[in-house]
Design a protein around this ligand. Sequence first.
Ligand code: 6PG
Length: 251
Amino acid sequence: MAAIHDDTDAPEIVVHADAESLAEDAAARVAAAMRAAVAARGRCVLALSGGSTPRLLHARLVAMGADALPWAQTFLAFGDERCVPPDDPASNYGMARDTLLAHVPVPETHVLRMEGERSPADAAERYEATLRALATRLEVDDDDALFDLALLGVGADGHTASLFPGGAALDERTRWVLDVQAPPEYAPRDRLTLTFGALARAREVLVLATGAAKRDAVARALRGDDAMPVARVRGRERTTWLLDRAAAGDS
Ligand code: 6PG
């Protein structure tokens, strides 16, 4: 039985009528985080989430217009990736490219892609080096946040990024990026994921969850059940969960 930790820094929870209004709110929050980061530090580092939930968010960000946000000063990292080539339909990078990157003026050199086409262990090591090189370039030291905002989803089993319940990656204390095996129901199984240690380098965390399939995992996570990996992620300054009524168990 996993500990139910007493959570003094409980996340803010916002329940929306539907996925569309959730995406509108999420886009406003991403925009605010980008603007605040660039105003304060001259740049913004976002960690994008995979899966399908971010599609509506990406569409809202694109609809704001190419000049609405400081894309030229923004770096885009990824929370996880499936170990497939970028043109594979399962690629998180491919989804972000098609729904966001192709439509906003973020410099190509600012998009930090996880190389899903490489061997998983090699790709994990290379991405770790990429993130650490970014931290050096941006003069982020050990007690600073590297990501201004980390976007995360939730699986029906409570996973987030590719940190799955009971996975060895949950106990990693040093590495920022690991190669992992997802459970059989989450093919493709070979994955790359940020670790809790890397996610702890986020100033703000925004968790998006829609649909009744997420309801039980969301309820357990928000009760502090850390058997749900998503329950263990906190932004240094702010953690917000955006739910639709179905994921919140309100309908
Ligand atoms: C992935 C994601 C994963 C995702 C959840 C929710 O690679 O699949 O990063 O953590 O956020 O599985 O996925 P949906 O948004 O498709 O429900």
